[in-house]
Ligand binder design. Sequence first.
Ligand SMILES: [Zn+2]
Length: 335
Amino acid sequence: MAKRIVTVALTGAVTPHGYDVPETPEQIADCAYECWKAGASVAHLHMRDDEGAGVMDPVRFYQTIKILRTKYPDCDIIVNCTSSGDNRVSDDSPYGNNIRRLHHKIVPGIEMGTFDAGSFNWGIPGGIFSNSPTFLTDAGMLYQERNIKPEFEVFDLSMIRAVGVYWKKGIVKAPLHFQFCLGVVGGMDATPRSVQMMVEEVEHLQAEGNLPKEVTWSGFGIGKGHLPVMYACLANGGHIRVGMEDNVVYGKDKDGNKILANNLMLVQRAVRAIEAYGDEPATGAEAREMFNLAPLDMDATVKALEGITIEEIEQAKEDCKKEFGSTYKNEKGMG
Ligand SMILES: [Zn+2]
């Protein structure tokens, strides 16, 4: 019986108001716990500012992880933090590139971090989702230094090949974990065919020696592609991501009216699908083993979180602005 890892993407950067999306650190921590009890083993975290816009604020990442780890000591969900949760700083500026990584650099308790393996047009209208070689190289080296496992978010086939090149250069280390992100305009569409193509590309690159043998992968489709992609991931032996970052509609009732989703409903359905397939959701400990992550040392994590203050993190934000000159624009560039 295979173990399938369920990642829950709780919040995202752009899911609008009006849906059941956790936004404050306390809401996000509480929701992560609820989803863990239902079978999720990875929480993919984004932060929101007071107006609800996605923001790369290390204070909020810190507050969320601290609440999660101190309020819920029985919960071993893996903490996975985005590196691209504010489209106003995905601009390849020195400030943008540094503020996108600051939480990974200074906040304790982050076990995984996203590594978006290329740049592309995000949506119409929209902006350029910029992940330059400089940004990615620095992210890869920082993740190694901090023992953070990269999650390679890939939006098309070429990005899978690019990850192999970063691996060959030693910027990232095996085992590698991919997240197939499907359905964004500018990337591949959210269909079983795209899942199949990505799996075949991974296997092709492995056969050529351009990816290591030790690869795990997961996938998700946004919007109405979420179900076809989830089942295609199961059928192809992969792991699953669900959550309000990707999809806000659960389905339709018998009259054709939309049923709105929340994170718990999406995790519960993913777990039911895994069990119906004859498999089991992986626990946090099992997922860490599959990812080759260290077991969770709760005492050490809480101690490290208590060893840093919000004032110190605020200071690091100020230093980042001073050093790199904020390019922050209040108007949104994307989404
Ligand atoms: Zn995300």
